[in-house]
Design a protein around this ligand. Structure first.
Ligand code: BGC
Length: 737
């Protein structure tokens, strides 16, 4: 539709019709025929506003979306199509690893391809907007939403954020893309004590330097929608924060897309204690710049009377409705309200061999080898191998946010390993993921069948364990696959205990006592505390929630078809007491390595450093860094700093190395982090080969943010660190004059 026609449409709409464009409800509102007792009654809203609603949440399927779209358009005076929005966080039906795994790939190009694939699948099912990327920087593994974020670093998160936006939105014009809705704005990852929905309080410098860059990067990449955070920032709930939404997002960053609240976040302004009732909450949110109210009765029930009472200018509603209409028009919905929805395309594209292959490649690159004593991996197929543990033969490996996927499509570890070993593989569960039924029931509303299934080994504990130990005794190597139950990570899954369950630890202990070589695979949505079991295993492979192709990807790594190339995008704590933990800390006046043993910044009962640092991960050949040098000792501000690097692979396997470049500004007007990632590159180095490259860094990347939120560059000495992880680097220095 031409802009002028769209404007005419807007001018012709009643206030209530425009309000309709600003509300979003879940699918049950549209599928239900029952007006009196339906979900709208629960929320206290009228059928009239449901019929005028401009968007719907988490409904997919070509046939369903087409039907709902047709019905809804027929009811509306101007027959305006709805937007279908869903959580396609790490795949729609073909699931790739959860975002911590995406971060661990350090491969934005591959991530972009995966998002493009997910967008095609979702578009065929009639979806238009995905609530991704989630790019909240995280420092605390207690927070269950670690699962959804690429990691702890603003530069890595920015790069993954851009790749995701690019991938999702690449094919928008051909009916096979998805509008990316960035979230959760802003700094949700900084919730105190890792507790879900909790407060965020931080300095401006910290906010601008460490938390805001990934959102900004996504917006610079053209992201068309953004979701507010459920949390408050420095005392103001983000959904009512006009400084954040207007001054920063719209004015400073030039964002002109649509702002949507998170689920019921407008109503929650009352619980946050900044609004007396839903009316005030609605006024505050709209005035702060929130265009769409997700799943609350605020905008639908309050905005009209705010206008008639003369409190709210109708223009504010018109402005917000205009943004929503513009977005619909950009998708071409006025010409084709069904967008990409097609049963034929669903059948053809979803879970195709091509999509599975991409998910497999991405999964392979996301797996992080954390220990490999005496090169126990790759495994020798001629040996006798037992596969034990609750994830040995389990399809529920997709994690909480794979909400549209079907576990039954997942390749299990047993299936993957069998492709190498055939009938030589012995496999049993031994123990369950969770020991405690009360914990399980408090975690999620599981059906009784699900509970039975999750606790199937405990019913029969002693004999299950015995079978497992018998298999272990008969084998040369034991692969044990353990981790978190899929609902133990994700939204509202904050935990204070990050250890494996007792029975999983017991299984590892008992197999260890048999003197067997143990390869431990951990599947989880966050870093777990593994220090105690580390010495009991020979190899440790971290797999996140690995997705649909889990079994094949993990087997390809275990048997050496592919060399591991994942690197941690988050520091692994030794214990929960170290949290929050992240590498880019500010120096203290008394660093732990200074002379006085006691009066330094340390713990008296724990080491200070993480169990595994940011950027860490092993491969099957170690790559040596040779002749690493800067092109000059002194640079002027308008010159690019150049680092020459030669990588040497002296091993027998081709590998991918992630070169990481960090810097530190040792003397500045504001204390600066001990290290900050500034560039990275993943490169393939063939066996017995060298690879030379130059990494260039413009000086603006060495700026820091002050407490006014301004980026400043202060000349002087800079330390540059080049290496394979944040702790294992070659140090160089230069001057900026
Ligand atoms: C979550 C969002 C999600 C939304 C819609 C909320 O509870 O915080 O991340 O996109 O629900 O499902």
């Amino acid at each position: 539709m031409k802009t002028i026609e769209l404007k005419e449409l807007l001018m012709d709409m009643s206030v209530l019709e425009k309000i309709g464009q600003l509300v979003q409800f879940s699918g049950e509102f549209f599928e239900s025929q029952d007006v009196t007792y339906g979900p709208q009654q629960k929320l206290g809203i009228s059928q009239e506003i449901v019929d005028l609603a401009g968007s719907v949440l988490n409904v997919t399927g070509a046939e369903t979306t087409r039907k709902i779209q047709m019905n809804q358009m027929a009811k509306q005076p101007h027959h305006i199509p709805m937007l279908f929005m869903s959580d396609i966080i790490y795949g729609y039906k073909t699931i790739y690893p959860n975002p911590l795994g995406l971060g661990a790939t350090w491969n934005p190009e591959l991530v972009a391809q995966a998002c493009e694939m997910a967008a095609k699948e979702a578009a065929a099912s009639g979806n238009h907007v995905t609530f991704a990327p989630m790019v909240d920087v995280i420092h605390d593994a207690r927070w269950g939403r670690c699962l959804e974020s690429p990691g702890e670093d603003p530069i890595l998160n920015s790069s993954i954020a851009q790749a995701m936006v690019y991938g999702f939105q690449k094919n928008l014009s051909t009916g096979s893309g998805q509008i990316a809705c960035l979230k959760h704005f802003a700094a949700y990852g900084g919730v105190e004590a890792g507790r879900e929905y909790n407060t965020v309080d931080m300095s401006m410098s910290n906010l601008f330097q460490n938390y805001l860059p990934p959102y900004k990067a996504a917006i610079d990449a053209g992201c068309k929608m953004i979701m507010t955070s459920l949390s408050s920032l420095n005392g103001i709930p983000c959904t009512a924060d006009s400084w954040l939404l207007k001054d920063i997002l719209r004015e400073k960053w030039g964002f002109d897309g649509v702002i949507i609240s998170d689920y019921a976040a407008i109503r929650e302004l009352v619980s946050h204690g900044v609004a007396i009732d839903n009316k005030e909450a609605s006024l505050k949110a709209l005035m702060a710049g929130v265009d769409i109210d997700m799943q609350s009765s605020c905008y639908s029930n309050e905005l009209e009377s705010l206008v008639t009472d003369g409190i709210l200018d109708e223009d504010k509603i018109t402005e917000a409705a205009w943004k929503v209409l513009k977005l619909k028009n950009e998708l071409g919905l006025f010409e084709n309200p069904f967008y990409g929805a097609s049963k034929k395309l669903e059948d053809k594209n979803i879970l195709s061999q091509e999509n599975r292959k991409l998910a497999r490649n991405l999964c392979e690159e996301s797996l992080v080898l954390l220990k490999n004593d005496n090169n126990v991996l790759p495994l020798d197929i001629t040996k006798k191998i037992a596969l034990l543990g609750p994830y040995a033969d389990c399809q529920d490996m997709l994690g909480m946010w794979a909400v549209h996927a079907d576990n039954s499509k997942t390749v299990t570890l047993k299936d993957g390993i069998k492709k190498y070993l055939g009938s030589n593989l012995n496999c049993t569960k031994g123990v369950d993921l969770v020991d405690d039924i009360k914990y399980l029931q408090g975690m999620w509303d599981f059906t009784s069948e699900e509970v039975q299934d999750i606790l199937s080994a405990s019913k029969n504990n002693a004999s299950e364990m015995n079978v497992a130990l018998t298999l272990a005794k008969e084998s040369d190597y034991v692969v044990i696959a353990v981790g978190e139950q899929s609902k133990e990570s994700g939204e509202a899954a904050s935990k204070t205990n990050l250890h494996l369950s007792d029975s999983q630890i017991e299984l590892i202990d008992k197999v260890h006592k048999l003197n067997k070589k143990i390869v431990l695979i951990v599947i989880s949505g966050r870093p777990l505390v593994l220090e105690d079991i580390l010495e009991k295993v020979d190899a440790l492979l971290y797999a996140w929630f690995p997705g649909t192709e889990a079994g094949d990807a993990i087997a390809n790594i275990l048997f050496g078809k592919v060399s591991p190339s994942g690197r941690l995008s988050i520091s692994f704590p030794r214990n929960e007491g170290q949290l929050p933990i992240y590498y880019s800390q500010l120096p203290t006046g008394r660093p732990a390595n200074s002379n006085s043993a006691r009066f330094t910044s340390r713990y008296i009962d724990s080491q200070l450093d993480p169990l595994f640092p940011f950027g860490y991960g092993l491969s099957y050949s170690e790559v040596r860094y040779k002749d690493v040098q800067l092109s000059k000792a002194t640079y002027s501000v308008d010159e690019e700093l150049e680092i020459q690097i030669t990588l040497v692979n002296e091993g027998v396997k081709s590998v991918k190395e992630v070169i990481q470049v960090y810097f530190n500004d040792p003397v500045a007007s504001l204390s600066q982090p001990v290290k900050r990632l500034v560039a990275f590159k993943k490169v393939k180095v063939d066996a017995q080969k060298q690879y030379k490259l130059i990494i260039s860094i413009p000086s603006y990347k060495l700026k820091f943010f002050n407490n006014k939120g301004d980026a400043v560059f202060e000349k002087g000495t800079f330390n540059i660190y080049v290496g394979r992880n944040v702790h294992d680097c070659i140090k160089l220095s230069c001057e900026y004059i």
